[in-house]
Design a binder for this molecule. Structure first.
Ligand code: ADP
Ligand code: MG
Length: 472
């Protein structure tokens, strides 16, 4: 059965971040009380006129840039006509004939192999109401009506579910870092429809479309399941119909929703209430000015300052830490130590208190000082654990905190020597192990010294003195 070749294409909708909606001045926010961010345009009142929000075109241009698309210079909007309760105007304003971007790609890597996933077009459109069904009533929330979306359509060039998932992860990362969208599938700011067909020849088979899959993981499951179903149908002598299905993650199956409508059913025509739009070089340049560094550029930069791939990925997965670290690069310090701190004690603190780093009092200057003290061993990792709350919550300087926590830097040689002599006397086995070349014994003995002094001696100095004593 497995000599069928599967082909997939994805259509992704993301909600664009902006102050106001696509054609009205209502706020574009998420999570407000139902029907509170609404005006007559969003409600589709007759006689009202849409006004195009320039900010959204700027976001569209940024999306073109990060997805490597050609930017359409002269565009218009189209009406897509259909009747449904979530759409009281009976049409959606979209870009059917002149999408803002065409001919782009996203590069993915699966099992070490790089591949460009072609993007045929990206277009701007308005979102519909959100409907909720309660028994036999349906409720509508117009907060979402008119929220700007970008739809990103791939070529039918995805060969398996792994590639589909890698594409979605990469797309989410790009649009999130470019500040175009939050891309939260669980909140609906990123939604995915997956098209799939199978064939034994070059000619693509008839596709089905799986609508509105709720997570990237489920996209993978749904595609695998749908390929299996299509193979079974064809093997049993059946035919695949062009249809819309949904994925039920409880039973792990795709389920028929309806036989697919075709483009003609929508009777697209040019939206007469919005003028043609001509995009100039200046406007494009200006829109791209605010584009921050993208993840692949960050990866390159971080590699140059010596971070490991694991550290890099962890940092990029945490946007606020990433942005903080990026700022730290303006200072001269040990960046590897910095990242270790950020990903360990600092992250633990932030998670425990449910904070982001910008909510804390950890200035770059303070962090740089902590790193210097760690390097000179005037502070131990254990000291950091004791100090972390105060470092994050107070304006006290590191010197003040060291005093307060009685972190002394005892350098009195005779005191240290006394302790070392005692430790050597009490641990003859470890001393022997050390003399026989077991490096771990030194660590153990050093641990004993720190324990005896309750961590109050300068570790570098104590360690040097211990080695000297052992080598006598
Ligand atoms: P529609 O206008 O019905 O949405 P599109 O031509 O825009 O159709 O294609 C929608 C998506 O389906 C695209 O991502 C495209 O790559 C994908 N697609 C089209 N034909 C096939 C096929 N035969 N097999 C798999 N995917 C396909
Ligand atoms: Mg389409």
């Amino acid at each position: 059965m497995s000599n069928y070749i599967p082909t997939m294409g994805l259509e992704v909708h993301v909600e664009i971040k902006s102050n106001s909606k696509l054609f009205s001045s209502s706020a574009n926010t998420y999570g407000m009380a139902t029907n509170t961010s609404v005006n007559v345009i969003d409600l589709g009142y007759p006689g009202t006129l849409p006004t195009l929000n320039k900010e959204i075109i700027r976001q569209g241009i940024r999306a073109c840039k990060v997805l490597n698309c050609n930017i359409t210079r002269k565009m218009h909007f189209d009406r897509k006509n259909y009747f449904y309760p979530d759409n009281p105007k009976n049409y959606q304003i979209t870009q059917n004939r002149t999408p803002i971007g065409t001919g782009g790609y996203v590069e993915i890597e699966v099992d070490g192999i790089k591949k460009k996933i072609g993007i045929s077009d990206i277009h701007i459109e308005e979102d519909t109401c959100k409907s909720a069904h309660r028994g036999n009533v349906s409720l509508l929330d117009f907060n979402r009506a008119g929220v700007p979306l970008i739809e990103i359509v791939t070529e039918p060039c995805i060969s398996n579910s792994k590639e589909a998932m890698a594409y979605l992860i990469k797309l989410r990362e790009l649009l999130f870092y470019a500040n175009i969208s939050d891309c939260k599938m669980e909140e609906g700011s990123m939604r995915c429809d997956a098209n799939v067909s199978i064939s034994k020849t070059e000619k693509l088979g008839t596709r089905t479309e799986i609508k509105n899959i709720s997570s990237i993981h489920n996209v993978g499951l749904a595609l695998d399941k749908e390929i299996e179903r299509q193979e079974e149908v064809l093997e049993n002598g059946g035919v695949i119909r062009e249809e819309t299905r949904r994925f039920d993650d409880k039973i792990g199956e795709t389920i028929l929703m309806r036989v697919k409508e075709t483009g003609n059913d929508y009777r697209y025509f040019i939206e007469p209430d919005i003028p043609y739009l001509v995009v100039t070089d200046e406007f494009i340049e200006d829109s791209l000015k605010t584009l921050p560094l993208l993840p692949d550029e960050l990866r390159k930069k971080y590699k140059e300052v010596g971070l490991t791939s694991l550290q890099i990925e962890k940092l990029i997965a945490n946007r606020s830490l990433n942005d903080y670290f990026l700022g730290l690069l303006e200072f001269k310090t040990n960046y590897v130590t910095a990242v270790n701190l950020l990903l360990s004690d600092i992250s633990s603190y932030l998670n425990k208190h449910n904070k982001v780093i910008t909510d804390t009092k950890l200035s770059y200057e303070k962090l740089v000082e902590v790193i210097e003290n760690l390097e000179s061993r005037e502070l131990s990792n254990k000291n950091i654990k004791d100090l972390i709350d105060s470092l994050m919550e107070t304006d006290k300087t590191l010197e003040e905190l060291k005093k307060e926590f009685n972190i002394q830097n005892i350098t009195d040689d005779s005191f240290i020597n006394e302790i070392i002599t005692k430790v050597i006397e009490n641990n003859p086995d470890s001393v022997n192990d050390y003399k026989n070349g077991h490096d771990r014994a030194l660590k153990y003995l050093m641990g004993q010294v720190m324990k005896e002094t309750k961590g109050s001696v300068n570790p570098k100095k104590a360690s040097d003195m211990l080695v000297k004593e052992l080598n006598k």
